[in-house]
Design a protein around this ligand. Sequence first.
Ligand SMILES: [Fe+2]
Ligand SMILES: [Fe+2]
Length: 397
Amino acid sequence: MQNHSADSIERLVGLLPRAMRNQIEQWGEAAAVLSASRDPRVAASLLPSGVRGLFLKRGKQGIPTQMPAHHLAHFDWRYPSDQPEMADLYARAKQGQWNADDLPWHTSVDPLDPTVALLPEGFLDIEGLTAYGVRLDQREKIKMQASLCAWMLSQFLHGEQGALFAAAQVTEAVQFFDGKLYGSTQVMDEGRHVEVFRRYLDEKLGRLYQINDNLFVVIDALMTDGRWDMKFLGMQIMVEGLALGAFGVLHRRTEEPLLKQLLRQVIQDEARHVHYGVVALREHVTHALSERERREREDWAFEVALLMRDRFLAHELYDEWFAHRMTRAQWREFISNSPGMREFRHTMFRRMVPNLREIGLLSDRIRPHYEAVGLMEYYHGAAADKLTADELIRELS
Ligand SMILES: [Fe+2]
Ligand SMILES: [Fe+2]
């Protein structure tokens, strides 16, 4: 009966003018995201951010967004040396600083030059679009790949803005003094990342896509959560994990030398950030949280991992290129199964899952859920505290 009525609704929606149909499909998707959570507490905690991001589309209004940040600034007037691993990361971060002006910005970049492809042919299975009745000629194919690259870099830039603010907040809120000193270097790193992605998009591609609604939801959720460890988990483990997955794939696949070098530099910084996240959260989860609080983080991380896996699907590109040619459901199917997207998911979870294990958020209770969605194959990998930046680059290359 339920299937029958779902079918009739789908048929009715199919009769609507295309723009209206697209809007209804978007609301359906947003409702599916908000109701997909298996845990009612996690769903409730993500709901306000979900409404702001998915229904109100706050990130797409073309005006600045204000988000209340209710954390406590933690002062320590004794200045203890309290965490040697963080002190070591601070020393390495000072050594690892670089000036974005030193990148070879003189490199000329032509996004439509097929001999120096921003993304290789086959990153998307463009021929597969014919199954949906869409055919692109050679020039359109190259333009479309360049658009996808600009979309990815735009999302990196938006993510880096979130990382910059989260790093600043966590530096205030964290209780480890060595962590505060380290955090000051991360604020600088993230500022530099904003600088390079913005400059590349502006000077080389001449494009900026709006923030993806699902990325907005994650950033909004962790910015407005007063607990520093939730900001940390969200930014240092989940969003940085997503970023490392995407940076890695783009670094491996792009033929454009300036972009390759830029990403290599950024990845080296990010390796320290995730390492810091693992060290700080491992201490905190093991020594400071109650079992109930630990479980809440564990459930939240699982839901956010799924959100990232299933919903980061370049809808802004769909709106620009295909909204008049295929349905959103067809686009979802096409983009999720594309070779580049598969590689991205693999790289992201290969890094993220061992980090979650290391900080104590993959207990026996949650593992069956990871097993059920096919993510346990990554369980035994090396966590960020065991990987040097060079090993990470090698792995990603
Ligand atoms: Fe960054
Ligand atoms: Fe970072």
